[in-house]
Write a protein that binds this ligand. Structure first.
Ligand code: BGC
Ligand code: NOJ
Length: 824
């Protein structure tokens, strides 16, 4: 039985279907909800392996279609549920297990695929399979339900669909009940349930929920309490129990959508019923039909609904979605000796990069959709793992991000996806932010070779009239750092750097006060070695960019600035065996052997080496040895050691976490690939790859009971060695870990690295690999790459012709180029 196998028997909860690019979950009670994403561009949703989740249009807070209650008990309740009812016996259940877990399923399977999820199960000889997906270029999702009768007699069944509408602003919806219990409004026309709360006033958008089974539609429900019955939950709705919809129109309270569809099946027969949930907008002056009424004008939306209730169209839409992913993932495929590497690079890591690119840190099982917009530093890093798939969208994103930069080079820490305006609640002052823009733009230029991009005119703070070139934005980013140097010549940290929890100017003693946004103390001298390392990296990139623009003078200035900062790091940021982390408000060192706790941090070891600091004088190798000795665990590399055992007001949020969690000594996976890359830079392929495997989710599938989050995507954090739950992951999906691991494995370990002048092939592999093969689309041409021999690449055979070194010059668009990289 699907739901009764004892947990002790199992270390895993499913398996990869590499052929179909699906993860197949074979029991519903995963350690945590294992989720997937629907949507590719503007309409999105999350869906768990038991049908839980919600949907929204562009902005998970402001345009939420359906409701979801986070941190519920059980953890995942509320979603896209369908109930099946056996009308002969009155037995009913949900084929997705939730919300009727007491009603056991005879078998169960959830297939999370690329932007779709299929949940199939049987009970008492009735099999139901639901495919959920959001078609390309539409603002809707389709649920295709197939019900089959495996019995020897006829089956008289009822299907009940269900969604609970959110009154649009998810934050307000979850708090402002004195108003919201009065505002809910719906219309039901031709079997379509329209949710139109606030449409009567300032909203021009509405949601709809439709079914293809109009001939067999027995009724509908739109009021939650009527559907569930007083004092009942989603596990036993009275309407489902009694088998009769109430046809009630909701006035206020909690509007829902439910269709009651009758299905009669002969033995062996299958019936397909489609439900469509969507979002639509009308022009302000044409909202109502007839004009002057309060009735939604449906002329625009009706054809869309009709289109997607057609089974042939649904199949086409699904095929198109599959083809879309074939094409995107086709841009880079690798064939290495390691199956976990292959499936992560070819499918899941790339897929996760798309999710982080689209959603930043807004919507996951751990991000509630109301809290965070698009992060300035996060989005620039997310680009790094996405730009090879759709460079055009990366370009648009960069322009949006750059437009939230301020004149002094500083940046809003976040912007809202709907308005694209900087978020004033959070403001600026995270002093690493601006430098990430240089890395984002550099990645785009390396991928596309399109340097005209730098001449795009972009405003500051979205202010019309303030436009300067994108190139000047990058210059201001560097200047922002140089204008804010501390007593050691290192960059001042501001509110925080990459480590949002190192709040050196915050001094918070008020319970609950947000560490990142409180009024900072003034007069301190807190400096960041991390920002210094990032500056070196960014300044070197901008120097190359300047040179390619013909600005040799500026090139020299940026190189000199990088050199100088590099020297400052060596002088004031080196602790003897590793790079120091920071200096606090009072000028005391952090991340040094002098400290009692927090002696060594991972971030500066990674970023300084990435910037090239310590590569010539052996410091890089020493720092990396210290990481191996002091920070590495079998589950990944922890952020710092020893973890802080008590709260330190002068350090802020980092010391608020119990030891071993999050920034206080957790395995903060985002930082691990920096060390992998650094290891390749000192030529240590074995160590780089070993670190890669330690946190590779597919390689951890065997210990799903320990790891607990999805084995197909990275989590932000795995509990560190100081934590009682060492090895347990949390906060899966939306993390910079996705992009950086993709960069580490594809560009540095496998060494297929876009560069300004072409495609570099410079792998640093584990010693026992004979080589590997890969296909890479790059600037319109396709490169068929094989890597042979052992050691480092000495020369290439490009279509048979020898080229010394590792750089393949760009071929004309459309060309197919054979590249053999010879290691000697
Ligand atoms: C988390 C950080 C995160 C920050 C964002 C903190 O509570 O620990 O990882 O960057 O919140 O505001
Ligand atoms: C998560 C945040 O989204 C990211 O911006 C930050 O760098 C890390 N946490 C580390 O604090």
């Amino acid at each position: 039985m699907a739901t009764t196998a004892t947990r002790e028997d199992l270390l895993r909860y499913g398996q990869f279907d590499d052929e179909q690019r699906e993860y197949v979950i074979d029991r519903p009670d995963t350690p945590l909800p294992w989720i997937n994403y629907l949507g590719t561009d503007a309409y999105f949703g999350i869906v768990s392996n038991t049908g839980g989740g919600y949907s929204f249009y562009r902005d998970a807070r402001l345009r939420r279609l359906t409701r979801y209650r986070y941190n519920n008990a059980p953890l995942d309740l509320g979603g896209r549920y369908v109930y099946v009812r056996d009308d002969a016996t009155g037995d009913y259940w949900s084929p997705s297990w939730q919300p009727t877990p007491e009603r056991e399923l005879d078998d169960y399977e959830c297939r999370h695929g690329l932007s779709y999820t299929k949940i199939a199960s049987s009970r008492g000889g009735i099999r139901a399979e639901t495919l959920y997906f959001a078609p390309l270029n539409e603002t809707l999702e389709v649920w295709r339900v197939r019900v089959s009768n495996d019995r020897t007699e006829n089956a008289e069944l009822s299907l009940f669909s269900s969604v609970e509408f959110c009154l649009w602003d998810a934050q307000d919806d979850a708090t402002n009940y004195q108003r919201n219990f009065n505002t809910g409004q719906v219309e039901v026309v031709d079997g379509v349930i329209y949710h139109k709360t606030e449409y009567r006033e300032r909203r021009d958008h509405f949601a709809y929920f439709a079914t293809s089974a109009t001939d067999d539609l027995k009724g509908f429900d739109t009021q939650r309490e009527t559907f569930l019955g007083p004092y009942r939950g989603w596990d036993r709705p009275i309407v489902v129990e009694t088998g009769a919809a109430r046809d009630e129109i909701a006035h206020g309270w909690q509007p829902i959508g439910s269709h009651h569809v009758k299905v009669s099946l002969a033995p062996g027969e299958t019936r397909e019923v489609i439900f469509v949930l969507g979002y639509a907008e009308n022009p302000k002056d044409d909202k109502f039909d007839p004009p002057g009424s309060q009735t939604i004008n449906k002329t625009r939306v009706r054809p869309v609904i009709e289109k997607w209730l057609d089974p042939a169209q649904v199949q086409r839409g699904f095929d198109d979605l599959r083809a879309y992913w074939d094409q995107l993932l086709g841009n880079l495929t690798v064939r290495t000796p390691d199956g976990d590497t292959n499936r992560m690079v070819n499918v899941w890591n790339a897929y996760q990069c798309m999710a982080t690119f689209n959603l930043s840190r807004s919507t996951s099982f751990y991000e509630s959709g109301i809290g965070r917009g698009m992060g300035f530093r996060d989005s620039n890093q997310d680009l790094l793992g996405f730009v090879h798939m759709i460079p055009q969208r990366a370009r648009e994103r960069i322009l949006d991000i750059a437009a939230t930069q301020k004149e002094d080079g500083g940046a809003y820490h976040q912007y809202q996806p709907l308005t694209k305006r900087g978020n004033n609640d959070i403001g600026d002052g995270f002093n690493d932010d601006p430098l990430w823009l240089i890395l984002g733009v550099a990645a785009y230029l390396k991928e596309t070779g399109d340097h005209t991009f730098l001449d795009e005119r972009v405003p500051f703070d979205n202010r019309p009239g303030s436009e300067v070139t994108l190139y000047e934005h990058l210059q201001r980013s560097l200047k922002y750092t140089l204008d804010r140097l501390g007593p050691h010549g290192l960059p001042m940290i501001g509110r925080a750097d990459w480590n949002d929890c190192l709040n050196l100017n915050c001094f918070s003693d008020t319970p609950g006060e947000p560490f990142q946004t409180t009024e900072n103390a003034s007069g301190g001298v807190a400096e960041s070695v991390f920002i210094a390392g990032l500056f070196v990296l960014a300044a070197k990139e901008l120097a190359v960019i300047a040179g390619l623009r013909g600005n040799e003078g500026e090139e020299a200035v940026y190189r000199a600035a990088a050199e100088k900062m590099s020297g400052t790091i060596t002088e004031h940021g080196w602790d003897g065996a590793w790079f120091r982390r920071a200096y606090d408000f009072y000028g005391n060192v952090i991340g040094s052997g002098e400290n009692d706790e927090g002696q060594i941090f991972i971030e500066p070891q990674g970023i300084c080496v990435l910037g090239g600091v310590g590569l010539d004088d052996g410091l890089a190798g020493k720092a990396l040895d210290s990481v191996a000795e002091r920070l590495a665990t079998p589950h990944g590399i922890v952020l710092q050691q020893p973890a802080y055992s008590s709260y330190r007001i002068e350090l802020g949020e980092i010391s608020s976490y119990p030891p071993g969690y999050k920034e206080n000594g957790g395995i903060f996976c985002h930082t691990n690939p920096w060390i992998m890359i650094a290891e390749t830079m000192v030529g240590n392929g074995d160590r780089a790859y070993d670190y890669y495997r330690r946190i590779n989710p597919s390689a951890r599938e065997e210990i799903s009971d320990v790891h607990r989050t999805e084995p197909y995507v990275y989590a932000q954090m795995i509990a560190g060695k100081d934590a009682p739950t060492h090895g347990e992951a949390k906060n899966s999906w939306l993390t910079g870990t996705a992009a950086w691991n993709f960069v580490a494995i594809t560009q540095w370990i496998l060494g297929i690295r876009p560069d300004f002048a072409g495609l570099r092939i410079d792998p640093v592999l584990p010693g026992d690999w004979p080589g590997f093969a890969a296909t890479r689309a790059f600037r319109g041409a396709t490169y068929e790459i094989t890597v042979r021999g052992t050691g480092r690449v000495t020369h290439l055979l490009v279509d048979g012709e020898r080229i010394d070194g590792t750089l393949v010059p760009p071929a004309p668009p459309g060309a197919v180029v054979r590249v053999e990289a010879i290691r000697e």
